[in-house]
Each structure stands twice: as C-alpha cells, then as structure tokens.
Design a protein around this ligand. Structure first.
Ligand code: ADP
Ligand code: MG
Length: 700
C-alpha cells in the first residue's frame, strides 16, 4: 500500500518540526513507521483514584473532582500557576509552568473535572504538574475504549509536547487517511490454523484497544508474527544450506580413533559424551555438512569429544582444526591434545598471534602439503594466508567469543565447507539458542564425569577475610592449589588494575615465601610471561594463582580446589559460573568462595544466592536472562543479538516461540524453497525485513 510510505509531517498535530523530531529521536518517518511504534503499556481510564490513595510512587492516575483557587505565583521573570483539586477524600495541588494563559482562561473555578497525571511529592504535599484535563462529559466520549496506549518516548519529545496523547492522535489520523485495510503479512492458511486476527485488526487494536480481550488477541498475533519470521529466517538458512552444500562424507571410523579409544583414553566416556559422539558421527556420515552447537557445562569433557571427532576426520583423510578464543586456551588445548595423541603418529601444531614469522612460514607450508594433521590456534587461523591441504572439520571452542562472521570465514577453507562444531560452555536458555543459534543443530552434554564432587559455594564478606585465609592455608598444606580472582572488566583501566595489585600485596603478606609461592596472570602481561606464570601454576610449582578474568575460559588445573572470587558482586552470573568451573576438575572436594562487601544491590544479592544454591549452568543461565534480559546474557552479548524484538520477549514468550518455530518448520518441510503460491507472501516479507534491518545480515 503506497500510502504507508507517506510522510508523517502531514498528520494531525504534527507538522514539519515535530515530524523532524520524531525522525531524529525515534527513527519514525512514514505512516508505516508510526504504525509499528507500539505502546509499551496501557492506562486503564475506567479506573478513578481518590486523593487519599495518592503517593509519589504511582504512575499516571486519573481522578475526578473540583478545581478551584487559581493563583499565579513566582517572580516577575518566572511565573507559574497553581490550583487546588479536591474530591471527597482530600485536596492536592495542581501546577502549571507553561500554557498558563490558556488554563486560566478555559478552566472554571469550582467546576468538576477529570484530571490525569503523575503524582509527585513536594515537601509534605502531593501535587500533579501539567495534568491532562477533561470535562466529565468529554471524558465519557473517550471511554469508548477505556484502555489508553502509552508509548515509549524520549525526553526531548515530551518537552515539545509530543506525548502519548499526541502520538495517539496522529495514529488516529493515519487510520482515516488509509484508503483500505492494512495488507496482510501472513499466509491465509496460517491465520486460519491459529485463528489469528487480521493484521489490520491487530495493528488497530494495539493502538486503540476495543477491549482487553481484543487487545490480547492483537498482541498475540503481532508477537507470533515477529517470532515466526525470525524462526522462518534462521530455519531457512539451515534448510538452504542443507540443500545447497554437500558436506564431506566421513564414512569410517579408523585406526586413529580406535587406537586412541583402546590405548590412550584414560577413563570411561560418560553416557552423554558417547551419545553426542554418536549424534555427530551420524551427521558426518550423512553427506551433508554438519553445523552443530555442542553445549556442555564447564568440565563436562567437551574438549575430549572434540578431539575424538577430529580423529574421525583424520581417519577419513582430512585435516582438522580447533580455534580457541584466547592464546592461553589455545596453548592449553595444544598441550592436552598433543599429550593425548602421543605415539599415534599424529602431527599437531599450534598457531597463535605470537607464533614467530619464520616458524609461521614453515607451518603454512606443512599445513598446505598436509603434513600437519591437527592445527590448534586462535583467530590467527582465520587469516587468508592460512590454507589447508584438506580441511574436513573445524571445532570452534567457546563460541561466544567469536562472531558469527568469523565462524563463516572458516567455511571457506576448503572447496566444500568443512563440518563445523561450535563448542560452548556457556549454557544458553533454550529460547535463546533457538533464536541466535537457530540455524545450528544442537547437542548437549548434560552429565559430568563420574566421581566429580559438586563444588561447594560459600558467600563470605570482605570483613571476614581471616577465616577464609585460614581455610586457604589448610588446603595448600593438604597439597591443593588456590585461585584468587579479581574483577578487571576493562583491562586497560588503571583503577581496575589496582584491585589486583592491592590483592597481590595483601595476599603476599598473608602467604609469604618460602612456605607459599604465588603466580600472577592478567591481561596486561606479555603472552610469554602469562604462559610462564600459568605453567608454574599448572605444574604445581606455585600454590596460589592471582588472576583476573583472563583465566575464565577453559583453564584446566585439576589440583586446584579453591576459587576465591574477590568483589564477586561485580561479576555477572555466567562469568561467576565460568570462573567457578576452574575448580572441581579433579577428584578432591572443591570450594568456591564469593567475597563481597556488606552493601549489595538486589540483583547482586540474587546472583550470589543463585551461585550458592546451584551448580547447574542452565539454571544459572535462566536466572541470568531474567536479571539482565536476553540481549545482555552472556553468549549473546559478544556475538550480538542478530535481531531486535519489538514486542515479544524471549524471557516470557517461550511457548509462543516454540509455536512459531513449529509452524515455521512445517512451512519449510512442505516447501523448503518457498516456491508455492501461498508462500509468496512469506518471501516478500522476509525480503522486506532483510532490507529494513541491517542486523539480519548476521544471521544469513
Ligand atoms: P570442558 O571443555 O567441557 O570444560 P574438558 O574437556 O576440559 O571440559 O574436561 C575437563 C576435565 O575432565 C579434563 O581434565 C578432562 O581430561 C576430564 N574428562 C573429560 N572426560 C572425562 C571422563 N569421561 N571421565 C573423566 N574425566 C574426564
Ligand atoms: Mg573447554
């Protein structure tokens, strides 16, 4: 419909200046933009408050009563107008700083009015500034719908009088200026199947609800539509990929795998590890390219699964590669994996940012001629100069550190894209993984190796440091090792850096040499220094590791049994969980001690409580999402939400999301390339969304 592209400046109550402000502040240019600017709540105008019920904590309220006793106050330069407003329960003050003339000329003292506004406290008195005012008879007319939309607006807009009422008025005008009903955006068969109301009805009612029941139907339809198109989009990526790309077929499990399994594997695989390997082997043998998210809590043995999958690739004549997010982690994978495959005739190499130029040249050569079987590295791997002889499998560890775009780059390292397994230790609530990783298949390792004792988590206060130190000393005497972690969120900020420095000082005093030895690791150290320090701790030469969050990911020292997290209130939940995962990796009972000050915000308290209560990463992820919202959840923050949700909410609309995914799957099962007539509406809609929202590019 052409008219939807009309400029909003010609709408009632707007004009060029206000329109420009709406362009700038809210990106609203056209009728269509305005129609899609949804209210975030509704005010029930059928409800009247009484004066005695008012307090400054209330939002906008509606009252009925008499206005009298107008008084102009203030100085010569700045005047304002007040009036008394009373009902049968009391009196408050009304106050105007602007539009004084109009008010004093139009309101009649002693008459009954309906006022509407936000109560504020001034000294001991309650007042309402700039209330909306209606005569009772006019208000009655308005109440054909008692639910009034409240829109998200900015301060600049409110200052220019662009309030919810003004937006509503402009919207009413849009509806009078449209030549017909709004075009439908979902296929008829879906509307029928789910008994949805039409798009026109939905948009109309979200702005001007006829009644609560219709409003709920409008919200349902619009939320569904929003989630459905996201699901259709991610699933289409997946279906298309399966149609378009052939994958390398790994037909057999050969010597490398079998010899490792029979001669090298030092323990029994967990049931979950076995299941996941089986799932992925099926992918590999299918002839399709596999794209899988491998989720598993810290310590669940993902690296080992990754290694065994790489051995299958090797058995089929391919090379394999692991990409890790940090140098330390890459080094650690290199060390672990080299040791695991010792004597099997497998050539493992390491490539990171600090690999020397000369070494690098040789490495590139050996990679290209196939001498290197497994390459482990950081994002140095992504660079175009890194070329493989025959790359069959890429494992990306700790996915949330990498962008989706980086993941895609690894695809280009062979003629056909290699199989891609993305491993993440950040449990992600299902609603999120269904959306951000919606194009991936998902495997979950939901079982820890046998004999692991659950980590005991204790909350302690800064002021009660001595018993904590005493406990640490006992553990070290018993041969264990201990981490102290300090918050250092932005590693370049000096004031944060002080935290660790101070800590180092006080801990050196409490744990003096020669009885105790301390390692330090932080982000401002050179990689060699870091590595040296880490190694001293890993080898047990030092008993204490003082670190920042650089040790967060993947570090594996099974003899470390205590993790003391300083200023724990300053860490996010999933970060705390990740940190805690550094202990509890061996057979001994492990402890995580969360040190905080006495003063804790409500959210911080909830985070600490959750940590003390549970070791379950998925539960923690759910709480994290509740506290911070989906966009800020670890795992989304770094890779970014690939879309913006206007109405639906991944926290609350889980059922609806499942429905949307279910319907989208049905659509694609029946018509993977969306060529049927009835689905053309979907094709058009997806195209529109892709051109209107840049972020969508990230998904596909
Ligand atoms: P993740 O990467 O999932 O955090 P890792 O792969 O680093 O976990 O494994 C954690 C530790 O558990 C490692 O020391 C690893 O060798 C060990 N491990 C892995 N699988 C098993 C198993 N099935 N039984 C016992 N120990 C295991
Ligand atoms: Mg790991």
């Amino acid at each position: 419909m052409q008219e939807l592209q009309n400029d909003i400046q010609f709408l009632k109550g707007l004009g060029p200046k206000r329109a420009e402000l709406l362009n700038k502040e809210l990106n609203i240019f056209t009728f269509n933009d305005l129609l899609n600017h949804f209210p975030f709540r509704y005010i029930d105008r059928s409800k009247f408050y009484k004066v005695k019920e008012l307090n400054e904590g209330l939002q906008n309220v509606q009252l009925k009563g008499i206005i009298r006793n107008f008084q102009t106050k203030g100085s010569k330069y700045k005047t304002y107008l007040t009036a008394e407003f009373s009902d049968d329960t009391g009196t408050i003050e009304l106050i105007w700083f602007k539009g004084i003339k109009w008010i004093s000329q139009n309101l009649i003292s002693g008459k009954e009015y309906i006022i509407f506004g936000k109560p504020a406290r001034y000294g001991r008195k309650i007042n309402i500034a700039h209330p909306e005012i209606d005569k009772p008879e006019d208000a009655q007319k308005k109440m054909s719908s008692s639910l009034q939309a409240v829109y998200p607006l900015t301060e600049k807009l409110s200052k220019k009088g662009l309030n919810s009422k003004a937006i509503n008025k402009a919207l009413a005008d849009v509806f009078t200026k449209l030549p017909a009903k709004l075009p439908e955006t979902l296929p008829a068969y879906i509307i029928q199947k789910l008994k949805l109301i039409t798009r026109h009805e939905a948009i109309k009612n979200i702005h001007f609800p006829k009644d609560n029941n219709t409003l709920q139907k409008a919200i349902f339809r619009l939320k569904f539509e929003e989630l459905f198109y996201i699901q259709l989009n991610v699933l289409q990526v997946k279906y298309n990929r399966k149609l378009k790309f052939k994958g390398y077929k790994f037909e057999k499990v050969g010597d490398f795998f079998n010899r490792f399994y029979n001669e090298k594997l030092p323990f029994e695989l967990t049931g979950a590890q076995k299941r996941v390997i089986k799932e992925i082997r099926k992918d590999f043998a299918s002839g399709k390219q596999s794209n899988r998210l491998l989720q598993g809590d810290v310590g669940s043995g993902k690296t080992l699964v990754g290694l065994m999958l790489m051995l299958i690739a090797l058995d089929n004549g391919f090379q394999a590669s692991i990409m890790a997010p940090t140098e330390i982690l890459a080094q650690q994978h290199f060390a672990t994996i080299s040791k695991f495959v010792e004597g099997l005739g497998i050539n493992v190499s390491l490539l990171t940012g600090s690999t020397k130029t000369k070494e690098r040249r040789i490495l590139h050569e050996n990679l290209k001629n196939g001498n290197i079987h497994i390459l482990i590295g950081t994002h140095a791997l992504i660079e175009d100069v890194v070329q493989f002889h025959n790359l069959g499998l890429v494992i990306i560890d700790e996915q949330h550190r990498f962008g989706v775009a980086q993941r895609a780059k690894m695809w280009k390292k062979n003629k056909r894209p290699p199989h891609v397994i993305v491993m993440t230790a950040t449990p992600i609530p299902r609603t999120l993984s269904m959306t951000i990783y919606g194009d991936l298949d998902i495997s979950i390792i939901d079982e820890l190796p046998k004999g692991r004792k659950p980590i005991k988590t204790i909350h302690s206060y800064d002021a009660k440091r001595l018993p904590v130190f005493k406990f640490v000393r006992e553990q070290i005497k018993a041969g264990r090792q201990v981490y102290f972690v300090y918050p250092l969120i932005y590693e370049s900020e000096n004031f944060e850096y002080k935290d660790l420095e101070d800590g180092l000082e006080s801990i050196s005093r409490a744990f003096p040499p020669p009885e105790f030895a301390i390692s330090v690791v932080h982000g401002q150290m050179k990689p060699e220094e870091k590595e040296k320090s880490m190694n001293m701790f890993a080898k047990g030469i030092t008993n204490i590791m003082i670190a920042t969050t650089v040790i967060e990911v993947g570090v594996d020292v099974p003899n470390a049994t205590v993790m003391v997290i300083e200023s724990a209130e300053r860490f996010g939940l999933s970060q705390l969980h990740q940190l805690r995962g550094r202990v509890g990796r061996g057979g001994e009972q492990s402890y995580c001690i969360l040190m905080t000050s006495y003063k804790l915000s409500k959210d911080a308290k909830k985070r600490i409580e959750t940590m003390v209560e549970t070791n379950d990463g998925f539960k923690i992820a759910e709480v994290d999402m509740k506290l911070r919202g989906p966009g800020e959840t670890e795992g989304t923050r770094q890779s970014g939400m690939p879309f913006e949700l206007k109405l639906a909410n991944l926290r609350d609309d889980y059922k609806l999301l499942e429905l949307a995914r279910h319907i989208a799957t049905d659509v694609l099962e029946a018509d993977a390339e969306l060529t049927k007539d009835e689905n053309q509406i979907l094709v058009r809609q997806i195209k529109k969304m892709k051109t209107s929202n840049l972020n969508w590019g990230v998904v596909s």
